[in-house]
Ligand binder design. Structure first.
Ligand SMILES: *[C@@H]1O[C@H](CO)[C@@H](O)[C@H](O)[C@H]1NC(C)=O
Ligand SMILES: *[C@@H]1O[C@H](CO)[C@@H](O)[C@H](O)[C@H]1NC(C)=O
Length: 288
């Protein structure tokens, strides 16, 4: 029999999992709060199994249970019997692992955990005010990406989160625009442009009135940013394409949300000239 916690996890966990999942899995188990405790426990064990004396077979076992029995389970726990604060704290841990773990598998499991936790949060039908602290956690992770070399955040992960949860993108929009404006490193700027591009894309068919409110609010910032990135065109061809793609998407979104006049009003003469010279056909409808 094992005594230390590590050994306990390594030796007895498979047994425990069998107990939970194979023998005592009632049909509505997934709807119960308990699944969050099991998730938290398994995730911790999965992280631990990657340290020093972790055992490969065991690691795969827990990874498989997390993936198949929890993240991909037919039923996701319903949010109404789970407190938001509990979900926030699990989300914070998952985001930390997703952006800081040096083990790819752990980061990948944490990304999947994030999508799963967001699904539960969505099922609660919270107000915008209540969700502010969820958005804060994403901002915190992005700030870490911009200011700390230790961040291993893959922007592709944030893009996927925004694709699945357009409301997260709406809330991050202004923040991301500001970050692009203030970030020196070209690589990260372009990565963030891709994120904002993805946010704009996620507004197709989404809640149009919320999207248009957000865009209206940040219109001046968007115009300034377009001016700035078109002024400092990157040398690298693929990054240049990314800048043009971004500006084109911004113009399309402005048109789709019926904000053409607002946009034209905010666009400075310098920015107008740059757009006209560099965006070709996409800018034609905006010519005055
Ligand atoms: C996370 O989910 C993706 C897509 O379902 C899957 O390919 C990947 O293996 C999962 N990661 C882990 C660690 O299970
Ligand atoms: C150009 O940018 C892309 C995307 O950021 C990068 O993958 C590639 O290595 C860059 N090429 C050069 C020649 O710097």
């Amino acid at each position: 029999m094992c005594s230390c916690i590590n050994c306990f996890l390594l030796c007895d966990l498979p047994m425990l999992c069998n107990f939970f999942f194979l023998n005592h899995l009632s049909p509505n188990f997934a709807g119960k709060k308990l699944v969050l405790d099991v998730y938290a426990f398994l995730m911790q064990a999965f992280v631990k199994s990657h340290s020093a004396d972790g055992n490969e077979q065991f690691r795969q076992r827990i990874g498989g249970i997390l993936q198949k029995r929890i993240f991909k389970a037919k039923e996701c726990p319903k949010g109404f019997d789970v407190e938001l604060s509990r979900l926030e704290s699990l989300l914070q841990k998952a985001l930390h692992l997703a952006s800081r773990s040096r083990y790819k598998e752990v980061a990948s499991a944490a990304q999947n955990a994030t999508f799963w936790i967001l699904k539960i949060i969505n099922s609660k039908g919270c107000s915008k005010q209540e969700l502010a602290s969820v958005v804060d956690k994403f901002q915190y992770m992005l700030n870490d990406y911009f200011s700390n070399k230790k961040s291993r955040l893959k922007i592709g992960f944030v893009k996927e989160a925004v694709r699945r949860n357009p409301w997260v993108g709406r809330e991050l929009f202004g923040f991301a625009l500001q970050k692009i404006g203030s970030t020196k490193a070209e690589y990260r700027r372009v990565q963030t442009l891709e994120l904002v591009d993805c946010i704009l894309k996620s507004w197709v068919g989404d809640d149009v009135s919320s999207a248009s409110k957000v865009l209206k609010k940040h219109m001046a910032l968007l115009c300034e940013l377009m001016q700035e990135i078109l002024t400092k065109m990157p040398e690298n061809k693929s990054r240049r394409q990314e800048v043009r793609r971004f500006c084109t998407r911004a113009l399309q979104t402005v048109t789709r949300l019926n904000l053409k006049e607002k946009f034209q009003k905010k666009l400075s003469p310098e920015a107008y000239t740059l757009c006209d010279a560099q965006l070709g056909a996409a800018f034609v409808p905006f010519r005055q």
